[in-house]
Design a protein around this ligand. Structure first.
Ligand SMILES: [Zn+2]
Length: 602
């Protein structure tokens, strides 16, 4: 006899108060009093968010009899001991419009299971059934349900009963309920769909075609996972927004309205390229982190931080492949790809945190550092996404070059997938390193010691040269210059002050003071409000022009407000550092370099 599943029912019950009502029926509660808990974090986003703080009410019953329910810690409750089935009923506040949250108002309902479904502690392996109910009328008459959860007796995109094999799977299927625009396509012989919510006149046929091309490319690289029989992109379109969260059979994405192509629009605009890159990133995660994950995540401990030094493997390597696969699929050109790599290099070299932290340390401390950015983050923290992607690039090029093209990172990833992914075993902390060595036959210990566990700058210039690509470095020519391209100005770049500025609610504020730069030496601090440079008004909008009036070596006076007090700082301007990168195909390459390049950028 199979065990009775845990039965959940979720109703978007009060749109004005933003409440979901959830009931959970537990057929065989633990004899000493069943404990239920709400996760502290959601897989894929490494920050303790304490979703239990959104619990507005919670009670337990056996039939009509109220049971005592005692709160035992910040996210768990224990019901009175009981030998018959019990029901937990809770109301949860849902007003977080992010891919990791839950949100309900008169326009739609969205939730991640981690935010709304109590976990039956000790019985997490049991199957779960979920009845998704419509909101109270009159709202929701044209709403549909989009989720990758398998339907038990619900119509396609309809309300009704769904199921999952266990709690981990239950919370891996976000659900969007609203007036949805749905496109369907096939990739690798598997049905795929995209469900879009928000005001948009997107060219759905084009998006489906591009996503099909992209997904095929990924399937070709690592092969179809045995349990992948469907996939869904959930997309929320906002006036301004960007982000995504990966899941095993779906992903939740947010983009800006202008990112998507409308009917009749052709060509590859930068914002659509960015959107496709996001889709590519989350789709690659379906292998790299959803099925193949750090051993320390098998199983997930959702009560507290789960530390691993491997996030750079799961986010960095994914970031390397997100754009590489776009290029391989033909959706972007080789030049477009090199431009993306140039902007990533620029971001890495502009942040001095790379001298303070290794990517392994950054991964381990993601919970308290990378995910809790503050004024000092760029000086103290290295991004395991961006530097991680450059490590992946360097590892790929090193293996290709030093094995005369016989091996590559593709092969390393395939071997990792076979060993740690398909087996469900999880990757040990040095797993990638040992597979990279055994696949390539190279001694890569120094590479990992220097660039992964150490803070060394990657040997990019040399590697690119060996692959017939020239890496150029130049000074930043304006505040919005992100690199990737040659300078767009023939004027000399402005001298350097070493701080970033942005306009917020009508005030021009210092956001970052770069370590060891002129602003830091003078005492200018994050949060200072710009007033004047040498007695003439200074703003975020005019700072480039104003600085161009001076030269490196000049001493100038900055006036700022700090806590309403006017302060003056004497600053000696210096020459702008060459921290902006762009890449170019080498016209004077050797045949060998050209051969290497065409096998890498095939
Ligand atoms: Zn990611």
């Amino acid at each position: 006899m199979t065990a009775e599943p845990h039965r959940y029912r979720i109703t978007p019950s009060d749109p004005g108060a933003h409440l979901f009502e959830i009931t959970l029926s537990i057929a065989e509660p633990g004899p000493d009093g069943q404990v239920v808990s709400i996760p502290a974090w959601i897989p894929g986003s490494y920050l303790v968010r304490d979703f239990a703080r959104n619990v507005v009410s919670i009670r337990a019953q056996a039939g009509d009899r109220e049971l005592e329910l005692v709160k035992v810690d910040k996210s768990s409750w224990q019901a009175e001991a009981c030998h018959e089935p019990i029901t937990i009923t809770t109301e949860i506040f849902a007003y977080d419009l992010s891919v990791r949250g839950a949100h309900f108002d008169t326009t739609h309902a969205y939730f991640n299971g981690a935010c709304v479904f109590p976990q039956v502690v000790g019985q997490e392996g049991r199957a779960c059934e979920v009845e998704i109910c419509p909101p109270p009328r009159p709202i929701g008459s044209d709403w549909r349900v989009a989720t990758s959860m398998r339907a038990r007796d619900a119509e396609r995109y309809g309300f009704g009963r769904y199921y999952a094999d266990n709690y981990d799977e239950l919370i891996d299927h976000p659900v969007e309920i609203g007036n949805l625009l749905i496109g369907e396509f096939e990739a690798g012989g598997i049905p795929h769909a995209i469900a879009v919510r928000g005001h948009t006149r997107v060219d759905m046929a084009r998006v489906c075609q591009d996503l099909a091309t992209l997904c095929e490319q990924h399937v070709e690289l690592l092969g179809t996972p045995r349990d992948l029989d469907r996939y869904l992109f959930l997309l929320l379109v906002l006036p301004e927004g960007y982000g995504g969260l990966e899941h095993g059979w779906s992903s939740s994405l947010v983009c800006s309205r202008g990112d998507l192509p409308v009917r009749g629009e052709s060509g590859m605009k930068n914002s659509y390229r960015k959107f496709l890159r996001l889709c590519s990133h989350e789709y690659f995660h379906l292998w790299n982190v959803k099925r193949m994950k750090p051993q320390r995540f098998t199983p997930y401990d959702l009560r507290t931080e789960a530390h691993t030094g491997l996030l750079w493997v799961f986010e960095g390597i994914t970031s390397y492949y997100d754009s590489l696969q776009l290029m391989r699929s033909g959706l972007i050109t080789r030049e477009g790809y090199l431009e993306l790599v140039g902007t990533t290099i620029t971001r890495v070299i502009r942040a001095r945190g790379r001298f303070r932290q290794s990517v392994e340390e950054s991964s381990f401390d993601a919970w308290t550092k990378f995910y809790k950015p503050d004024a000092n983050t760029s000086n103290a923290v290295v991004s395991y996404y961006t530097k991680g992607s450059l490590i992946a690039l360097s590892l790929d090029l090193t293996i290709r070059r030093d094995t005369d093209g016989r091996h590559s990172l593709d092969e390393v990833m395939r071997e990792c997938w076979e060993r740690f992914g398909e087996t469900g075993e999880g990757m040990p902390e040095r797993g990638l390193e040992s597979i990279a060595q055994s696949v390539s036959g190279l001694d890569l210990r120094e590479f990992f010691e220097r660039y992964v566990r150490g803070k060394g700058d990657l040997p990019l210039q040399r590697l690119f040269k060996d692959f017939g690509v020239v890496m150029h470095l130049r000074p930043q020519d304006s505040s919005d210059d992100c690199g990737g391209k040659p300078s767009s100005s023939d004027r000399t770049p402005p001298p350097w002050i070493g701080m970033s500025i942005s306009a917020k609610s009508g005030r021009d504020l210092v956001t970052v003071v770069h370590s060891d730069g002129p602003a830091e030496h003078a005492g200018i601090s994050p949060g200072d409000e710009l007033v004047a440079l040498n007695d003439v008004r200074l703003t975020a909008a005019n700072i480039d022009t104003r600085l161009r009036e001076y030269h490196a070596g000049d001493r100038v006076t900055f006036r700022v407000f700090r806590n309403d007090g006017l302060l003056n700082f004497r600053v000696k301007l210096i020459e702008a550092p060459e921290d902006t990168c762009w890449l170019e195909i080498d016209g004077a390459r050797t045949d060998e370099a050209e051969q290497r390049r065409s096998s890498w950028l095939r």
